[in-house]
Design a protein around this ligand. Sequence first.
Ligand code: FES
Ligand SMILES: [Fe+2]
Length: 370
Amino acid sequence: MFQKTASSYRQGAKTLPGEFYTSPDVFAREREAIFARQWHCAGRAVRLAAPGDYLLRDVAGESVIAVRGRDGVARAFFNVCRHRGTRLCEQASGRFADAIQCPYHAWTYATDGRLIGAPHMQDVEDFDTADYPLHQAAVAEAHGFLFVNVDTGPQPFDEWFRPVGERLARFGLASLEAGHRAEYEVEANWKLVFQNYSECLHCPIIHPELASLLPYQSSANDLVEGPFLGGYMDLTAPHESVTMTGRACARPIAHGDDRRRAYYYSVMPNLLLSIHPDYVNYYVATPLAADRTRIESEWLFAPGSRDDGGFNPADAVTFWDIVNRQDWRIIEQSQQGIASRRYTPGPYSPRESVPAAWDREYLRLMNCDL
Ligand code: FES
Ligand SMILES: [Fe+2]
C-alpha cells in the first residue's frame, strides 16, 4: 500500500510562479475555483455538542453559521437575513437560546433554518414564510470533525472523503478530546503552509528536535496524487512518540505497527492532520489575503487520558509549538523571497514529490495549465 516518496516523483516538476503567492487576482480566483467549491474542515464537531450551539466559519469569504438543531442535526447557513440581507450573527461561537433573530427588524429563524417570525409581513400579499428559509450550506461530520461546503451542488462528502476516511477509521478519532488549542497568524500565502507540511527535506535544517525523532528518510506515502496526500514516518527507537521527551504523553490511540509511526496527511484545501501513537494534532488554515493565513490548531487525546498519572499534554504541545513556529518563520521568509522580481519557479527534488503533487491538484482545481 505504501510507496517510497521517490516513486511518485515526476521529472521536471517546478514550483509555482510568483503571482500565485502574491497576486490579489489569483487569490480572488482561488476563492471561486477552490474555496467556494471544496469541502472545508470547520474544526471538531463537539463544539456543536448541544442544540443551539453554533460557530461561525469564514469559507470563501462567506460568513457561515454552523449550528446544531433541536433535532440533533448539524446544519450550516449563510449568515445573511432573508429580509434585507443583514448579517445575523457576529459572535464567533455560542448558543442560540431558541432561535436565530436578525438584529435589524427581528425576522426570526428556527435553528433548522425555517423562518418563524417576520413582523408585519402578514399584511403583504402572497407572503409565505416557507419561501424565506435561511440559505443552507452543506454539512458533514466525519471522525469527529465537522465539514462545510458552500457550493450549491457540492460533491457528495462521503465520495470525496473516502480515500482518507478509510485510512483514519482505525484510530478512533471521533472519541478524541481536545487538550489544547492554539491560533497562529502567518504572513505567508496559504499554499506555502501546505507545501511546507508536505515535505521533510527541510526537517534536519529547520527542525533539529524533529529530525532526531523522525528521520526524514523514513517517510513512505500512501496517498500520492489528488486532494489527499501523505503517509507515515517511522519513529526512531527507543522513542515512543513525537514529544519533547520522546516518551508517550497520553493513552495510545494507535496499535500494532502504528505505535511506531507518525502519519501526516494534508486535505485540500484547509486541513492538515498529524496522527501520533498517543495524540493527534490538526491544523485548519484560513487564507486571509494572498500573503496572510490564519491557522487554528488543536491537540487531541484519547478519552480517559486525563485520569492517568502519566498524562503530560505539554510534552506534545510544546514540541509542536516550537516546530510550528519554525515552520511559520521559514515560510514567511519564503513568501518574502518569492515576492522578489527575480524569483522564478525552481526545480523540486524527488524528496519533494508530495508538494509537487499538491501543486498539480491545486492547478487542476484552478483549471490552470502552466
Ligand atoms: S434585515 Fe433582517 S430583519 Fe430586516
Ligand atoms: Fe516543517
